[in-house]
Design a binder for this molecule. Structure first.
Ligand SMILES: [Zn+2]
Length: 394
């Protein structure tokens, strides 16, 4: 049902093509693009594409010039050559050919198309055709660096899209709620005061990529414009939101951006196999609601996906996110016709079809006490208040 609201519902452009779900990085790779097909099925069965304020847009491939706005031409050429079947002996120097970043035929094209989903989402929002652009295939490249692939990321779609926005004279606030530090995006704008990056993640003390500490605050003219919120493993919904509420709304309002750009990774989920934060889908969706309120104040909101390696959590969380963006209230139950997860022969151990969008919250973790978690996170927030807030008059 539609939420009662005096305002007209926001216009949401959903940018997607099934082409981005049809490949594998390697047989054992935890990032399974088929997750996007399950997500799309669940959105469709939930009626989200029937809403008059949701339109589906087709992406384009990012051009070479767009990709080179964020990446060294030599690195881009190596990716292109490998993609065309060439053997590149020096590819290890560029982070390629590793278990995390395997090479495969066609990788240039699928990555350029993935970047293109993010670019189109940004273009539709900047042109005013949409209030919100959502490109869930994007965002997963947030570790990619100027001269190397990293952490499943090859071409950094967020950096490329925000470069276009900055070149158009706009100031952008980037909020990354993936479980991993958004290091490639931070590096892409580290010396700029035109892009404020805020990353909330499991501390690099315990998780890849081992960065994202509070002391990384930017350099030169960008000092103070890189913000990191490293949290303790096993942080659950309530304490995650304590950190979000303490940092994100005030900093964004003080920065006064022209565009809000959010990376909505769902590998924070308690069932995610790669990470240790313990969010539920409803905890994640509450963050989307809060970001949506900030996006509505700013008037332009571009959202991308990100990590997410539990396929049920990905499908449900991003369906909930699209419903939130469209101001549409989902029922409690997942449609009974959603069976593609169970039918997916690529899933060995987690083929159970979820019955509810929301999760039953997990029990407290036996590895850490709530006190230890809260003390760690309180220390993080104290450091941010002393290092960052004064630069914004807070
Ligand atoms: Zn991640």
């Amino acid at each position: 049902m539609r939420n009662s609201d005096q305002q007209p519902p926001p216009k949401v452009a959903f940018v997607y093509t099934d082409e981005l779900s049809r490949y594998r990085l390697s047989p054992e790779h935890p990032l399974r693009p088929v997750r996007l097909r399950h997500m799309h099925d669940l959105m469709h069965l939930s009626g989200l594409f029937d809403l008059s304020n949701v339109s589906v847009a087709v992406p384009r491939r990012a051009t070479r010039a767009e990709i080179e706005s964020a990446h060294d031409p030599e690195y881009v050429s190596i990716v292109e050559a490998i993609s065309n079947g060439a053997i590149a002996p020096g590819m290890g120097e560029f982070g390629l050919g590793t278990p995390d970043n395997p090479t495969r035929p066609g990788m240039y094209d699928t990555t350029a198309l993935c970047v293109g989903t993010t670019l189109v989402a940004g273009e539709l929002v900047l042109s005013g055709e949409a209030d919100i652009g959502f490109a869930p295939a994007g965002g997963v490249h947030h570790h990619a660096m100027r001269r190397n692939a990293s952490g499943f990321g090859v071409f950094n779609d967020a950096v490329i899209a925000m470069n276009a926005m900055v070149n158009a004279g706009l100031r952008v606030a980037y909020v990354d709620i993936d479980c991993h530090h958004g290091d490639g995006v931070q590096a892409g704008h580290y010396d700029s005061d035109r892009v404020l990056t805020i990353s909330i993640h499991e501390s690099g003390q315990w998780l890849f990529p081992g960065t994202g500490f509070v002391q990384e605050i930017g350099s030169g003219g960008g000092t103070g414009y890189s913000v990191n919120v490293p949290l303790a493993p096993y942080t659950q919904d309530a304490d995650w939101h304590v950190a979000f509420d303490a940092v994100v709304p005030d900093l964004i309002r003080a920065f006064k951006p022209d565009v809000l750009f959010t990376q909505l990774g769902i590998d924070t989920h308690f069932q995610d196999p790669l990470t240790h934060l313990s969010l539920t889908t409803q905890g994640f969706n509450l963050a989307v609601q809060k970001l949506g309120r900030l996006g509505a104040e700013i008037g332009k909101w571009v959202a991308v996906g990100g990590g997410g390696y539990d396929l049920s959590a990905v499908a449900r969380a991003w369906t909930m996110a699209l419903a939130t963006m469209a101001n549409y209230e989902l029922p409690d139950d997942v449609p009974g016709t959603f069976t593609s997860l169970a039918d997916d022969s690529t899933i060995e151990s987690e083929g159970d079809v979820p019955t509810k969008f929301a999760d039953t919250p997990p029990p407290p973790d036996e590895h850490s006490s709530l006190d230890e978690i809260q003390q760690h996170n309180a220390h993080t927030l104290d450091e941010i208040r002393s290092l960052i807030f004064p630069k914004f008059g807070l």
